[in-house]
Write a protein that binds this ligand. Structure first.
Ligand code: NAP
Length: 328
């Protein structure tokens, strides 16, 4: 009998066809609407494999309903949407999609840095709204990138890709990470520092850690107060790492210069959110990995992981490796 798989969103057809070759597949067939909780609750009781996105919250209550589930394949590198401990206790393999999206996400992180520094969105609106009457010496002036100091919090895959970009732009690179990376320091000519020094000395603070209880509100009022008045904060990792109330206050009162966010405490962010009233915020709708090529690679990689686990092979990227031998 073929294993049963549930896919929580309409996927590119190549990935679905690949899974269909050896599995009985059911899929939430909508592209822009997440699967409702009650539907997922019903589907998860029956299946051997679940292919999901970061929009699905796979908590303990839901996982307790999974009687046959062997693998959760998440089409994202971040997996804070999954209660990994609960999955591990139930012997369920959890996989994610690292590496394939690293460069694409570093691109959007750097794009947000440039857009906030040089006020690109504001300048574009200025032109379209007919405000451009003449060239003038201090019109729409922003901050320099060349020669500035960037502080990267979380020097993992994307953090390193960001450091390489910063080197190319002639920036001075500081980083703070859970563990010091001596080899990378030598390779990229970057400097390890504590969080406080990084916040005080950086012109750009870029957050690239995963979201966890440890990193919840890693940047809040006291951290924003340590930053320079001319500094810019970029968060492309996960909402919740930056406290939005504190950020609103810091931007509104010009305690920092600007911020660029691709991720929010609640997604989609409400259009009534106070942050969206501020001209010194550039906001994008969680599009870090959204190049066509990368999204297709992620979809394909997550399909491979699902099939590997169902074939009793170790998925190429497994979040809870200790469960592997016990789960099969
Ligand atoms: P990664 O390679 O695992 O890197 C994460 C880094 O953060 C690691 O170096 C880790 O330190 C460090 N870290 C963890 N907890 C920390 C803490 N409390 N304080 C300081 N540093 C800490 O992950 P990645 O592939 O670079 O991805 C990073 C995150 O970006 C993902 O988890 C995801 O949430 C987010 N992301 C967002 C998008 C988007 O669309 N916006 C796309 C892709 C990824 P160690 O080296 O000591 O483990």
């Amino acid at each position: 009998m073929k294993p049963k798989v549930y896919i929580t969103r309409k996927l590119p057809s190549e990935a679905v066809e690949k899974i269909k070759q050896s599995c009985e597949v059911r899929m939430w067939d909508k592209e822009d609407v997440p699967v409702p909780r009650d539907v997922l609750e019903k589907e998860i009781t029956e299946v051997d494999g679940l292919y999901c996105l970061l929009t699905e919250s796979l908590d303990e209550e839901l996982l307790n309903k999974a009687n046959n589930l062997k693998v959760i394949s998440n089409m994202a590198v971040g997996y804070n949407n999954i209660d990994v401990e609960a999955a591990t206790n139930k012997g369920i393999i959890v996989s994610n999609t690292p590496d394939v999206l690293t460069e694409t996400t570093a691109d959007i992180t750097f794009a947000l840095l440039m857009a906030t520094a040089r006020r690109l969105v504001e300048a574009s609106d200025y032109l379209r709204e007919g405000k451009w009457k003449t060239w003038s010496p201090m019109q729409l002036t922003g901050q320099d990138i060349f020669g500035a100091t960037i502080g990267i919090i979380g020097l993992g895959r994307i953090g390193k890709a960001m450091a390489r970009r910063a080197n190319g732009f002639g920036m001075n690179v500081l980083y703070y990470n859970r563990s010091q990376k001596n080899e990378t320091e030598k390779e990229l000519g970057i400097t390890y520092t504590d969080k406080e020094t990084l916040l005080k000395e950086s012109d750009y603070v870029v957050v690239l850690t995963p979201y966890s209880p440890e990193t919840h509100n890693l940047i809040s009022g006291p951290e924003l107060e340590m930053m320079k008045k001319s500094a810019i904060l970029i968060n492309t990792s996960r909402g919740g790492i930056v406290n939005e109330k504190a950020l609103y206050k810091a931007l509104k009162e010009n305690e920092i210069y600007a911020a660029g966010l691709d991720v929010f405490e609640e997604e989609p962010i409400s259009l009534n959110h106070p942050l969206l009233t501020l001209p010194n915020l550039v906001a994008t709708p969680h599009i870090g990995s959204a190049s066509r090529k990368t999204r297709l690679k992620m979809a394909d990689m997550a399909a491979d992981h699902l099939l590997q686990a169902l074939n009793k092979e170790k998925p190429d990227h497994i979040v809870n490796p200790k469960v592997f031998s016990e789960a099969l």
